[in-house]
Structure formats: C-alpha cells, structure tokens
Write a protein that binds this ligand. Structure first.
Ligand SMILES: [Zn+2]
Length: 169
C-alpha cells in the first residue's frame, strides 16, 4: 500500500467499533486548502487515527497530527515554521443518533457526524486549518535590509561630536 491516503475513505463507525488504527504520512500538496496558506508545500504531516467505543456505546475517533508546515510571516513575508501538534478527540455521531448536548462541552471533545464514508484527507485538512495561527509571525524577523536604523549614526555619537566641538571653542 502506498504511503499516501489520498482518496482514502473510512467507515468511521466501523473503524471505531473494530478499534481501528491508521498511521500515514500525508503530503502537504495533497491538502489544497492548506497548501494555499503555505510558503512551501514540500514535506508531509504525520497522521494517526484511532477508533474506539466506550462502555456507553459511544464511538470516538482520536486524531493526532504532527508536522512543521512553513507559513508566511505576516510581518516580513518570509517563511516561518509552525510546529503542529494536534491531538483531537472527536465523538462520532451516527446518522439519526441524537446529537450530544452539554455534557460534551466539558469534555474538550468535538462531535462530528460520522457519515458512512468520510474522506480522511478532508478530516485531516479541517483539523489542521483550525489549528493554524491567524497571523503567523517570526518571533524576530530577519529582514534582508538588516537593522538599518540600529546600525545608523547613534544619537549618542552625535552628542559626543557636539561636545568635542564645544571643547574646541
Ligand atoms: Zn518575519
């Protein structure tokens, strides 16, 4: 089997029932909506999906995504690496099953409707898009123009020159 999960669809409820596990690398250029935001589409994300059912008969999907996509810095427009470490626990709601209410809110889990076949890539892409910063930035930009203002004549140098001149007078 190829290392890619492009086009892969899973019956998530079955995946959860059978305690399924899927580990794959997803190439960044397989995620078009994400790729639009990236400075480079080289590289990949490590994706791990794990299905389970709890003793109340609820179905769960654990989604772990790791990688280091390169975004555009909003200040200097250079590439800025964003370490991604997503760990989401999703409750799978079967069609017709009652949507969970408040007790889920405490659980830091989201619910998704588990259609019979849900494309793995769109699930992964959705999770990554939610995790990205709105305005990625370097902590300190390395502008090619350098710190021109800082290297310019210092106000203290000007002051020293002035003092010198006064001493001459
Ligand atoms: Zn920058």
């Amino acid at each position: 089997m190829a290392d890619s999960i492009a086009g892969a669809v899973i019956d998530y409820l079955e995946f959860a029932r059978s305690g399924g596990m899927l580990e794959r690398n997803v190439r960044l250029d397989e995620l078009p909506r994400l790729a639009d935001l990236l400075a480079s589409t080289e590289g990949f994300l490590s994706v791990r999906l794990e299905g389970s059912r709890d003793d109340k008969g609820k179905s769960w999907l654990q989604v772990d995504i790791a990688g280091e996509p390169v975004l555009h810095c909003q200040r200097c427009l250079g590439g800025v690496e964003f370490p991604l470490a997503i760990s989401s626990r999703l409750q799978l709601i079967a069609p017709g099953e009652e949507w969970p209410d408040d007790d889920l809110a405490d659980d830091s889990a989201d619910a998704i409707e588990a259609e019979k076949a849900l494309a793995v890539l769109s699930l992964v892409e959705e999770e990554v898009l939610l995790a990205l910063p709105i305005a990625p930035r370097h902590e300190q930009c390395n502008l090619p123009s350098g710190n021109a203002t800082e290297n310019g004549p210092s106000p203290f140098a000007a002051l020293a020159a002035l003092k010198k001149q006064r001493n001459k007078e």
